[in-house]
Ligand binder design. Structure first.
Ligand code: FAD
Length: 404
């Protein structure tokens, strides 16, 4: 059997891509290969579950465009297909006067990115929206929301399988080669022939690219995000989504309070270097992966630049007290006994050899293959729009003919 398109990875990017290809080419045979036994097993199923508005991102970037477009598509998709979703809005808070200029910059950026309904609000209005938050001013972002991303992935898979699509689990891709006008993929002991391959392997996207002989200068460095959950008796402290001002040097949004679409309120995530790409426990370690990162010059350049912040994050990782201190900057009433540990997620951060973080979504197109080598936050929000980006690249670079 010859597939037309094979997508590696059943996270939101891979499934959205497969779905968009199935809409564009309804006759195409589409296969998604996934090494785990379910969809959304990694970043997509272990994230904050927030629908980002697009307010933070550099105007004109893929992140800005795809986040806004993807958000609109996501809302329509989830409403149409009964996926748990709520547009509850969020606040980004300036804790004191020194933070107000930065808050205004983010607001201006939001206007440039045409984010609907955003408003600069004072402490009184903030207090009406989130009575337990301490802050001197805030941005109210009414179009942000919460969603069940794993549920959305299951729906995407269902729609794919109703057509000519198929998702194959327990199938880890271990080699990729071009043979004439086909690509041969080795996955879970099978050989799969396909006309075109799309790599959406998230935390292992650089490895999968390497299997295909692509040595991109960009390396994935894993950053763990640890969460606590508010115990039910403390849930009154949070109505919806409460964010601090982000540190402009990092692509992370700072530890925040997030109401979840399926219930519960999470606090986090922090951002600590992970010694294993999919190691979610506190002391998870993989020698081969750690050595690989330590042999990458970009890692040490980044570490030299940001070691102080890295140490602070480790402190917060090992000390609940320090974590709570960070949260109290937003909600002074939150206390250690209000929190229980919640599962962590791990972000795929693409680092360049000069130590700079690759900020925007990044795709490499080679003969019959497209590799998504950077799809960090807000890629879950933007998933359906990233699928469109990939369809555009297929149309522009490949001659697609339905296989016999
Ligand atoms: C802690 C955290 C919080 C976040 N919060 C948000 C948020 O609130 N909102 C938002 O929009 N974004 C958020 N993000 C970012 C978002 O979750 C990711 O950008 C997005 O999920 C990336 O999707 P993906 O499909 O590229 O990757 P993944 O979801 O990681 O999927 C990749 C898939 O590829 C599979 N795979 C890997 N290697 C192979 C192989 N060799 N063979 C076969 N399969 C393979 C993996 O098993 C995995 O299922 C967050 C991320 C994290 C980690």
């Amino acid at each position: 059997m010859m597939y037309d398109f094979t997508i590696v990875g059943a996270g939101i990017v891979g499934l959205s891509t497969a779905y968009k290809l199935s809409l564009k080419y309804p006759e195409a045979r589409i296969l998604v290969v996934e090494k785990e036994n379910k969809v959304a097993a990694h970043q997509t199923g272990k994230n904050s579950g927030v629908i980002h508005s697009g307010i933070y991102y550099k105007p004109g970037s893929y992140k800005a465009k795809n986040c806004v477009d993807g958000r609109h598509q996501l809302v329509d998709f989830c409403k149409k297909h009964g996926v748990a979703i709520e547009i509850c809005g969020k606040v980004i808070v300036a804790a004191d006067e020194s933070e107000v200029p930065k808050l205004k910059e983010i607001y201006e950026r939001g206007l440039q990115n045409e984010i609907e309904g955003i408003e600069l609000i004072d402490a009184d209005r903030l207090n009406e929206l989130e009575p337990y938050v301490q802050g001197v001013a805030a941005i109210h972002v009414p179009c942000s929301g919460i969603v069940d991303y794993a549920g959305m992935c299951r729906k995407l898979m269902g729609l794919l399988e109703e057509g000519n699509g198929e998702v194959r689990f327990n199938s880890a891709v271990s080699n990729i080669s071009n043979k004439g006008d086909e690509v041969v993929i080795e996955a879970g002991g099978d050989k799969i022939s396909t006309r075109f391959l799309i790599n959406c392997a998230g935390l292992y996207s650089d490895h999968v690219a390497r299997f295909a002989g692509i040595h991109s200068p960009v390396k994935i460095v894993p950053f763990k995000g640890e969460y606590y959950e508010l115990k039910p008796e403390a849930e009154y402290l949070v109505n919806d989504l409460i964010y601090p001002l982000p540190n402009p040097e990092f692509p992370f949004l700072g530890v925040h309070f997030t109401r979840m679409a399926l219930g519960g309120i999470e606090c986090g995530p922090n951002a600590v270097f992970a010694f294993k790409r999919e190691g979610y426990k506190k002391l998870s370690f993989n020698l081969k992966e750690t050595t690989e990162t330590f042999n990458f010059p970009g890692f040490w350049k980044m570490a030299k630049e940001h070691w102080r912040m890295g140490l602070d994050e480790y402190k917060r990782s090992f000390s609940k007290k320090a974590f709570v201190k960070g949260l109290q900057k937003l909600i002074p009433d939150v206390r250690e006994e209000h929190l229980k540990v919640s599962p962590a997620g791990i972000r795929a951060m693409a680092l360049q050899p000069n130590g700079e973080i690759l900020d925007d979504f990044y795709f490499e197109v080679v003969d019959r293959q497209i590799h998504v080598l950077n799809a960090p936050s807000p890629a879950a929000t933007a998933g359906l729009a990233i699928g469109d980006e990939i369809v555009k690249r297929v149309e522009a670079n490949f001659t697609f003919q339905q296989s016999a």
